[in-house]
Design a protein around this ligand. Sequence first.
Ligand code: PAN
Ligand code: ZN
Length: 189
Amino acid sequence: MRTPPFLAPFGIGLDLEKGAMVRPKRRLVRRASDLRGYYADAAALEEQVRRGNPVHYEVEEIPVPETRGHLMYCISRILPGRVGDEFLMTKGHYHADAGTAEVYLGLRGEGLVLMKARGKFRAERIVRGRMVYVPPFWAHRTVNTGRGPLSFFCVYPAGAGHNYGDIASEGFPRRVVLRRGKPAVVRSS
Ligand code: PAN
Ligand code: ZN
């Protein structure tokens, strides 16, 4: 195993009210068109792509080396809204090094972290002040069920990497949809 790169200590600002990183160095932006294949209502998604292709979520980072020993941290912000009746969500992934965990800390808004592993499924609520622990081997996807943006801080082993392919093809066994005015976790058909 390679020795982690030696780095000087540093501090950064987090705007806890906004749920944003102060002066992020890297911003990953996912728009409607990046989410093709992920939502049940593909036609509703295409309609969004045609009507301005809005941002669905963003990830802000001031990155560290993506190697063993370091800890990557970020703030994700998922916009409020739906595709058809399904609430906006992240793509979701396993870590490429599957046996690596992650911690999410809710900063703003409300939602659910969907997790699956070895035939099991769990949904944990995420809100300001609540921490969700994603254990090793659990794929994870976050859904914004609120009326405003959902922001959360994340930290995970920097060498973990991301495996999107398996979720892109398998999906999750449950979806989060609006039913009688409320979010509901329902079986994916
Ligand atoms: C998070 C996610 C972030 C975006 O930082 O990467 O919320 O979700 P997707 O990566 O599934 O598009 C994380 O879990 N990192 O490991
Ligand atoms: Zn992750």
